[in-house]
Design a protein around this ligand. Structure first.
Ligand code: FAD
Length: 141
Protein backbone atom coordinates (compact mmCIF):
# COMPACT_ATOMS: atom_id res chain seq x y z
CA UNK A 1 0.00 0.00 0.00
CA UNK A 2 1.43 3.39 -0.96
CA UNK A 3 1.25 6.33 1.44
CA UNK A 4 -2.25 7.73 1.72
CA UNK A 5 -3.44 11.18 2.73
CA UNK A 6 -6.83 9.97 3.76
CA UNK A 7 -8.20 6.65 5.03
CA UNK A 8 -11.95 6.15 5.13
CA UNK A 9 -13.65 3.57 7.35
CA UNK A 10 -16.42 1.83 5.39
CA UNK A 11 -17.21 1.81 1.70
CA UNK A 12 -20.92 2.50 1.80
CA UNK A 13 -22.62 5.47 0.16
CA UNK A 14 -21.04 7.94 2.56
CA UNK A 15 -17.56 6.43 2.33
CA UNK A 16 -17.59 6.33 -1.47
CA UNK A 17 -18.85 9.91 -1.72
CA UNK A 18 -16.21 11.10 0.75
CA UNK A 19 -13.49 9.18 -1.08
CA UNK A 20 -14.49 10.63 -4.45
CA UNK A 21 -14.65 14.16 -3.05
CA UNK A 22 -11.20 13.89 -1.45
CA UNK A 23 -9.64 12.21 -4.49
CA UNK A 24 -11.02 14.90 -6.80
CA UNK A 25 -9.19 17.40 -4.59
CA UNK A 26 -5.95 15.58 -5.25
CA UNK A 27 -5.76 13.45 -2.10
CA UNK A 28 -4.48 9.87 -2.16
CA UNK A 29 -7.40 7.99 -0.68
CA UNK A 30 -8.01 4.51 0.70
CA UNK A 31 -11.23 2.90 1.86
CA UNK A 32 -11.16 0.12 4.46
CA UNK A 33 -14.19 -2.11 3.95
CA UNK A 34 -14.91 -5.09 6.15
CA UNK A 35 -17.44 -7.07 4.15
CA UNK A 36 -15.88 -10.37 3.05
CA UNK A 37 -14.78 -9.26 -0.44
CA UNK A 38 -14.10 -5.62 0.40
CA UNK A 39 -17.04 -4.79 -1.86
CA UNK A 40 -18.00 -1.11 -2.16
CA UNK A 41 -21.64 -0.05 -1.90
CA UNK A 42 -22.97 -3.53 -1.18
CA UNK A 43 -25.89 -2.38 1.00
CA UNK A 44 -26.91 0.20 -1.60
CA UNK A 45 -28.12 -2.61 -3.85
CA UNK A 46 -31.10 -3.29 -1.56
CA UNK A 47 -32.03 0.35 -0.98
CA UNK A 48 -35.30 1.75 -2.29
CA UNK A 49 -36.48 -1.84 -2.91
CA UNK A 50 -33.62 -2.31 -5.35
CA UNK A 51 -34.20 1.05 -7.06
CA UNK A 52 -32.25 3.35 -4.66
CA UNK A 53 -34.09 6.49 -3.65
CA UNK A 54 -31.09 8.74 -4.34
CA UNK A 55 -32.42 11.96 -2.76
CA UNK A 56 -35.49 14.20 -2.65
CA UNK A 57 -35.88 16.83 -5.33
CA UNK A 58 -36.40 19.82 -3.01
CA UNK A 59 -34.39 22.64 -1.47
CA UNK A 60 -32.31 22.37 1.69
CA UNK A 61 -34.88 23.96 3.99
CA UNK A 62 -37.68 21.67 2.83
CA UNK A 63 -35.39 18.71 3.37
CA UNK A 64 -34.53 19.90 6.89
CA UNK A 65 -38.19 20.55 7.71
CA UNK A 66 -39.03 16.98 6.74
CA UNK A 67 -36.15 15.34 8.60
CA UNK A 68 -37.56 13.53 11.63
CA UNK A 69 -35.78 14.24 14.93
CA UNK A 70 -33.02 16.81 15.25
CA UNK A 71 -32.89 17.95 11.62
CA UNK A 72 -30.73 20.92 12.63
CA UNK A 73 -27.89 18.47 13.18
CA UNK A 74 -27.81 18.06 9.40
CA UNK A 75 -27.87 21.78 8.62
CA UNK A 76 -24.19 22.10 7.73
CA UNK A 77 -24.13 18.81 5.80
CA UNK A 78 -27.18 19.76 3.74
CA UNK A 79 -25.73 23.24 3.22
CA UNK A 80 -22.48 21.80 1.87
CA UNK A 81 -24.26 19.19 -0.21
CA UNK A 82 -27.84 19.89 -1.26
CA UNK A 83 -30.20 17.52 -3.07
CA UNK A 84 -29.39 19.44 -6.28
CA UNK A 85 -25.68 18.76 -5.69
CA UNK A 86 -26.37 15.05 -5.22
CA UNK A 87 -28.39 14.91 -8.44
CA UNK A 88 -25.70 16.80 -10.33
CA UNK A 89 -23.06 14.45 -8.92
CA UNK A 90 -24.77 11.32 -10.27
CA UNK A 91 -25.82 12.88 -13.56
CA UNK A 92 -22.21 13.92 -14.17
CA UNK A 93 -21.31 10.24 -13.72
CA UNK A 94 -23.77 9.37 -16.47
CA UNK A 95 -26.70 8.23 -14.31
CA UNK A 96 -30.00 9.55 -15.66
CA UNK A 97 -32.42 10.44 -12.85
CA UNK A 98 -36.19 10.88 -12.58
CA UNK A 99 -38.42 12.44 -9.92
CA UNK A 100 -41.45 10.50 -8.75
CA UNK A 101 -44.37 11.07 -6.37
CA UNK A 102 -43.29 12.84 -3.18
CA UNK A 103 -40.26 14.32 -5.00
CA UNK A 104 -38.40 11.04 -4.59
CA UNK A 105 -35.49 10.72 -7.01
CA UNK A 106 -34.56 7.38 -8.61
CA UNK A 107 -32.33 6.32 -11.47
CA UNK A 108 -34.31 6.12 -14.73
CA UNK A 109 -33.11 2.51 -14.96
CA UNK A 110 -34.87 1.72 -11.62
CA UNK A 111 -31.66 -0.07 -10.70
CA UNK A 112 -29.74 0.54 -7.49
CA UNK A 113 -26.96 -1.41 -9.20
CA UNK A 114 -26.42 1.51 -11.56
CA UNK A 115 -25.73 3.78 -8.58
CA UNK A 116 -23.28 1.27 -7.14
CA UNK A 117 -21.50 0.90 -10.50
CA UNK A 118 -21.22 4.67 -10.91
CA UNK A 119 -19.62 5.05 -7.46
CA UNK A 120 -17.26 2.12 -7.98
CA UNK A 121 -16.17 3.28 -11.43
CA UNK A 122 -15.47 6.79 -10.21
CA UNK A 123 -13.47 5.44 -7.26
CA UNK A 124 -11.49 3.28 -9.69
CA UNK A 125 -10.95 6.15 -12.14
CA UNK A 126 -9.59 8.31 -9.33
CA UNK A 127 -7.29 5.57 -8.05
CA UNK A 128 -9.02 5.13 -4.69
CA UNK A 129 -7.51 2.07 -3.02
CA UNK A 130 -9.91 -0.44 -1.54
CA UNK A 131 -8.39 -2.20 1.45
CA UNK A 132 -10.35 -5.22 2.68
CA UNK A 133 -10.36 -5.28 6.47
CA UNK A 134 -12.01 -3.98 9.58
CA UNK A 135 -11.26 -0.70 11.31
CA UNK A 136 -11.02 -1.53 15.00
CA UNK A 137 -9.68 1.68 16.48
CA UNK A 138 -9.12 5.35 15.75
CA UNK A 139 -5.97 6.99 17.06
CA UNK A 140 -6.57 10.68 17.53
CA UNK A 141 -3.49 12.81 18.14
C1 FAD B 1 -33.96 -1.91 3.34
C2 FAD B 1 -33.34 -0.54 3.32
C3 FAD B 1 -33.65 0.34 2.29
C4 FAD B 1 -33.07 1.62 2.23
N1 FAD B 1 -33.40 2.44 1.20
C5 FAD B 1 -32.82 3.67 1.13
C6 FAD B 1 -33.06 4.52 0.01
O1 FAD B 1 -33.77 4.14 -0.94
N2 FAD B 1 -32.48 5.74 -0.01
C7 FAD B 1 -31.63 6.16 1.00
O2 FAD B 1 -31.10 7.29 0.92
N3 FAD B 1 -31.37 5.37 2.06
C8 FAD B 1 -31.93 4.14 2.14
N4 FAD B 1 -31.64 3.32 3.19
C9 FAD B 1 -30.72 3.79 4.18
C10 FAD B 1 -29.37 3.39 3.59
O3 FAD B 1 -28.94 2.21 4.18
C11 FAD B 1 -28.42 4.51 3.68
O4 FAD B 1 -28.86 5.69 3.00
C12 FAD B 1 -27.04 4.21 3.11
O5 FAD B 1 -26.76 2.85 2.93
C13 FAD B 1 -26.15 4.77 4.15
O6 FAD B 1 -24.86 4.69 3.69
P1 FAD B 1 -23.68 4.69 4.71
O7 FAD B 1 -22.43 4.76 3.89
O8 FAD B 1 -23.88 5.71 5.77
O9 FAD B 1 -23.80 3.30 5.48
P2 FAD B 1 -23.71 1.83 4.89
O10 FAD B 1 -24.31 1.71 3.54
O11 FAD B 1 -24.20 0.94 5.98
O12 FAD B 1 -22.15 1.62 4.71
C14 FAD B 1 -21.27 1.43 5.79
C15 FAD B 1 -20.14 0.56 5.24
O13 FAD B 1 -19.11 0.53 6.23
C16 FAD B 1 -18.67 -0.81 6.39
N5 FAD B 1 -18.16 -0.87 7.76
C17 FAD B 1 -18.87 -0.71 8.90
N6 FAD B 1 -18.05 -0.80 9.98
C18 FAD B 1 -16.80 -0.99 9.48
C19 FAD B 1 -15.51 -1.16 10.10
N7 FAD B 1 -15.37 -1.12 11.43
N8 FAD B 1 -14.44 -1.35 9.32
C20 FAD B 1 -14.57 -1.38 7.96
N9 FAD B 1 -15.76 -1.24 7.32
C21 FAD B 1 -16.86 -1.04 8.08
C22 FAD B 1 -19.90 -1.66 6.12
O14 FAD B 1 -19.56 -2.97 5.71
C23 FAD B 1 -20.58 -0.88 5.00
O15 FAD B 1 -20.14 -1.26 3.72
C24 FAD B 1 -32.18 2.04 3.25
C25 FAD B 1 -31.87 1.14 4.30
C26 FAD B 1 -32.43 -0.13 4.31
C27 FAD B 1 -32.07 -1.08 5.43
Amino acid sequence: MSTLDCLIAGGGAAGCYAAITAARRGRRVGIVEHNPKGELGKKLRITGKGRCNVTNNCDRDTLLANTPRNGRFLYSAFSACSPADVMEFFEALGVRLKTERGNRVFPVSDSAGEIVSALRQECRRLGVQVIPGQVTDLLLE
